[in-house]
Design a protein around this ligand. Sequence first.
Ligand SMILES: [Mg+2]
Length: 372
Amino acid sequence: MEEINEINLYHIRVPMSEPFKISSGEISIKDSIIIELKFKSGLVSYGEASPMAGSFYSNETPESVWDELVNFIRLINRKFDFDNFEEKISKIVTHFSQLGLSSYAIAGIETALWDAYSKRSGKPIYTLLGGNYRQVESGLAVGIYDSINNLLNNIEKYLELGGYKRIKIKIQRGWDIEPILSVRKVFGDIPLMVDANCAYTRDDIEYLKKLDDFNLIMIEQPLSKDDIEGHAILQSKISTPICFDESAVSIKKLRKAFKINACKIVNIKIQRVGGILNAKKMHDFCKKNKISVWIGTMPELGIGSIQALSLCMLDNCKFPTDVEDSRRWYLDDIIEPIIEVKNGIVIFKEDVNVNLKKVKKYMVNKIKVKFN
Ligand SMILES: [Mg+2]
């Protein structure tokens, strides 16, 4: 039995190496909330809640998730027995979900408990999930730029840094066919995919048929997250596989999507589905339904990225992950060693430490909860 006697919440803001623009917004600073659990035994574990500022992918913001955690973190089970861990973690997730916490806040708490479980058992998270170590391929993701030249120059720069296994570009109305054509022209037949972050509607279905001309691996989330039927109509008219991202919030949603062939691939994100266990369950559900998955990111800082890499060890992850070299998005990261990508492969280190000096350097808010 372990007992939590202190919890620290740190809201940190790390400058990004370049502004990140997608169809729904733009950011230049990465906000993240680090959850530190301290146990009586001396065990210390970390989780990350990683909403994007400005309601980038969802209604949640760093401030709203911070408030949820400050208000509810005290309700965590203080005494924790790690037997039947998945059953217990499932109850905790359900409890916080019933209290109305967002998937981001729940992911922060849940992943901190997985870290504790992993450290206590001396086994990496992917082993505890039933995965086996394998090399993880990383894909380069780039945002929307103000010119085609800027897009091409940045892709070239980042490909040199990590030698990524595929390119993903963000698209929206007015920024789709031309950038795709240009990337194909300059980078040849490199594996290429596009992500619309819900930018199109059913009215664009005829237009989107043009995407079939570019041999894309997939188109991620073309339509609104709630328009599952619309995706099924689009998928019946295009051969490029549709990948769900924003729509992939639960097994319930996926069940409906698979029934009507609304997508052929799923991007699973720990932050969007409320933690590692839900992500694993969705992975397994997709596998059962013969739908391939891959692991996406917000992107998170190092703590969340390492957890995402653990999920990449599961055998139905068939495409490169969005987890990239720490230096690709951030001027600094809070883990040691940082994540590196060489020749498109992530250099995966199991023993990663959180650098508290850096956490404090980038901290804009902190709350300590002490139990006696
Ligand atoms: Mg996406």
